[in-house]
Design a protein around this ligand. Structure first.
Ligand SMILES: [Zn+2]
Length: 363
């Protein structure tokens, strides 16, 4: 999606540099990109290396630091069976990780785990086999685990448990990312840690998917602050207007919001968006002509993916447009905002501790 392809069709030019510049202006300083297949992990590392080179050549280019995970997502593990051999595929993953550690790109093993919400991609038995095989590979490296778990808590814990009980993992940190589970699942995960004498630590990260219904919002206050991380999981998992979390969002919510931003109303007025909006209300017939809108909470234009290349960039906008239904790293502040509102805590406290936790685990 950042290269402009949606469901195999090209909608717009590659805008990854714009996305990262926008992230940087929104005080995103480090990004961990996730690999979900061998090829995707390879490609992610290539992109990071190429962007790092661009930054070295051009000192005016300010981007967040980029790192990557390497692993095969439960929905993709059938790639082990279409490979030359399972051993060969594992070996390639191992080599990629070793190289990625040397060049300081790879900071975690994953995403690996179980996803029983999407068994149409991979049957349960296969997910279990390759989760375990990848855990055996992970045990060779001193890397935190980047774990994916959906509707599979018991099997997930049962697969992990022997590795923790026998203290097989060199790195003691495990992140269960994109958490959407309930209170019981959260307690079971922390119980796994408590029942283990070897000092393993479970972290939980939240994105828009974990904020999509009232029951998931309820668990937010139950996550200890020193175990909470924030993520966007972009381009996926954005906070949608239909989510109960949407009502917690506001303009200029917290420190991610650039301090040099003019106020939203002023940008709306100067860019002509206000006038377009008023005209479309007056004359309903013309409402389809309103092709310029601002994101509800940031003074950034939003466009549909197939309109992106035609967008006329007005000087008033500091950032390139957001694309409808595509999540971006610059929106991480909104995740922090919902969590702080639900937990009734200062957003800065949430942001600072989540950042510290991430740095502690991923370096
Ligand atoms: Zn995931």
């Amino acid at each position: 999606m950042f290269s402009g392809s949606y469901h195999g069709r090209k909608h717009h030019r590659n805008d990854i540099l714009d996305v990262l510049k926008k992230a940087s202006r929104h005080h995103v300083v480090d990004i961990l990109l996730t690999g979900s297949s061998l090829d995707e992990s390879k490609r992610t590392i290539e992109i990071i290396n190429s962007l790092r080179q661009q930054v070295t050549k051009d000192d005016t280019l300010k981007l967040p630091e980029l790192y990557s995970t390497v692993g095969v997502h439960p929905c993709t593990v059938l790639e082990f069976e279409s490979a030359e051999s399972v051993e060969q595929h594992l070996k390639e993953l191992e080599n990629l990780i070793s190289e990625g550690i040397k060049s300081d790109v790879v900071r975690a093993f994953g995403e690996i785990g179980l996803d029983y919400d999407r068994l149409h991609y991979t049957p349960m038995e296969k997910q279990l086999v390759y989760f375990e095989k990848q855990l055996q590979l992970a045990a060779k490296f001193d890397l935190p685990l980047f774990l994916h778990m959906r509707s599979a808590c018991e099997d997930f814990i049962n697969t992990l448990k022997p590795f923790l009980d026998n203290n097989l993992l060199k790195n003691k940190n495990l992140l269960v990312h994109s958490f959407t589970g309930d209170k019981t699942q959260l307690e079971q995960l922390f119980q796994l840690e408590k029942s283990n004498p070897h000092g393993y630590k479970i972290y939980i990260s939240i994105n828009g998917a974990g904020l999509r219904d009232t029951s998931t919002l309820e668990i937010l206050p139950l996550i200890p602050l020193d175990r909470l991380m924030l993520e966007t999981d972009s381009p996926w998992c954005e906070i949608k207007r239909t989510h109960p979390s949407w009502k917690y969002l506001s303009r200029s919510p917290n420190a991610f919001y650039p301090c040099d931003y003019e106020n939203y109303e002023l940008v709306e007025q100067r860019s002509g968006v206000r006038e377009l909006k008023e005209n479309s209300v007056k004359n309903k017939k013309n409402s389809n002509n309103t092709n310029l809108t601002l994101f509800d909470f940031l003074p950034i234009p939003t466009v549909k993916s197939d309109k992106f290349d035609k967008f006329q960039h007005a000087h008033i906008f500091e950032d390139s447009p957001l694309i409808k239904s595509r999540n971006e790293p610059c929106l991480i502040g909104l995740v922090a905002q919902v969590i702080s509102e639900v937990r009734k805590e200062d957003p800065q406290k949430i942001i600072d501790s989540a950042y510290q936790n991430s740095k502690q685990v991923f370096g």
